[in-house]
Design a protein around this ligand. Structure first.
Ligand code: 8YV
Length: 332
């Protein structure tokens, strides 16, 4: 059960923050609105979310609040805006939100660099076998240097395929091309402006089928949700080179995890590195067995800087909304 603390009273809009946020942002929210904080930091149940929609003018959810048709099944909501903390909004059912007349905003831009940094971290970790090395060392199994020990794959100068050339994809391209001399190939559902590609020496190909066989590394930066569910399935994994690596910092559902576990176990690809999972925080038991897999617990935006900036971006959106302007990051 959520342990809530009410702060302030008066005619200010009533705002619910569903998880703990950085202290400075919670303080600012409490100063600006009649704010309810979730001190227990446990995710809300669908029932609690429905109650919240009948009580608060604004609900500030995160990826751990599943706002599907069930949680959004409220006849006459008091809530007018879901101001999401995070850029991805695939946990919010667009159709139900539209039906209820809810505005929905997200927090783009401010986490792009940090998420691209994590994608680069994962590329390096999986190619250079950093996870395996750390496990060996901590387990007391390191017997010392030798020429054949934990030999990995060179990253610099290789070909990187980016699936989804939005802000995060472009930031990764910048790092990979200018920092690591990588050749960047892009698959994106719409045509990317030539100058955006040129900045990172990138070229766009027409399909995922065309992209995958070209790449030493494939990094996913497309939205999650129904439209991209299992975009990377067994057939797509078969199109990857047998020494190529798959990186996912987007959303877990973009990859068919059972197919990935199969590809990793049979070494039909070189390895994978995941920051996001299909059923977070539960991890597919087969994946855990795979040594050629690096896993992080959804850390893409987990820096002090990004997490504060995400909070202030929510404050910007709320300010716009309650002062009668169109929120800068409106997605619905
Ligand atoms: C967030 C993310 O930390 O912004 C996103 O979409 O995946 C992460 O960076 C998390 O989703 C907060 O809702």
């Amino acid at each position: 059960m959520m342990n809530v603390v009410h702060i302030n009273t008066g005619a200010k809009p009533k705002v619910l923050v569903t998880r703990r946020w950085p202290g400075a942002v919670e303080a600012q929210l409490s100063a600006s609105y009649e704010t309810t904080l979730n001190r227990s930091d446990t995710p809300l149940t669908p029932g609690e979310l429905r109650d919240a929609l009948k009580t608060f003018d604004a609900v500030l959810p995160t990826v751990t609040d599943s706002l599907g048709p069930d949680a959004l099944d409220v006849a006459k909501p008091t809530t007018k805006i879901l101001s999401n903390y995070g850029v991805g909004v695939s946990h919010i059912c667009t159709e139900s939100a539209r039906k209820l007349g809810l505005s929905v905003t997200n927090t783009p831009d401010v986490l792009s660099e940090c998420t691209a940094d994590i994608a680069m971290t994962l590329m390096l970790m999986v190619a250079r076998r950093a996870g395996e090395g750390e496990r060996e060392l901590r387990d007391g199994g390191w017997t010392g240097w030798r020429p054949t020990h934990l030999v990995g794959t060179k990253v610099s100068g290789k070909t990187l395929g980016i699936v989804g050339y939005g802000r995060i994809g472009e930031e990764l391209a910048r790092r990979a091309h200018h920092g690591f001399g990588m050749d960047v190939v892009v698959y994106n559902r719409s045509t990317v402006a030539p100058e955006r590609l040129a900045r990172n020496g990138a070229r766009q190909v027409e399909s995922l089928d065309a992209l995958l066989p070209l790449c030493d590394f494939v990094s996913l930066h497309c939205p999650g949700g129904a439209e991209n569910r299992h975009l990377i399935n067994g057939r797509m994994l078969d199109l990857m080179r047998e020494d190529a690596f798959l990186i996912n910092t987007a959303r877990g559902e973009v990859i068919d995890e059972a197919a990935l576990a199969h590809a990793l176990m049979f070494e039909s690809i070189g390895g994978a590195a995941l920051d996001v999972f299909e059923c977070e925080p539960r991890i597919n038991a087969d994946l855990v067995q795979c040594d050629n897999l690096v896993m992080l617990p959804h850390l893409g935006s987990a820096t002090r800087e990004a997490r504060e900036a995400m909070g202030y971006r929510v404050l910007d959106n709320l300010g716009d909304f309650f002062e009668g302007r169109d929120p800068r990051d409106r997605v619905i």
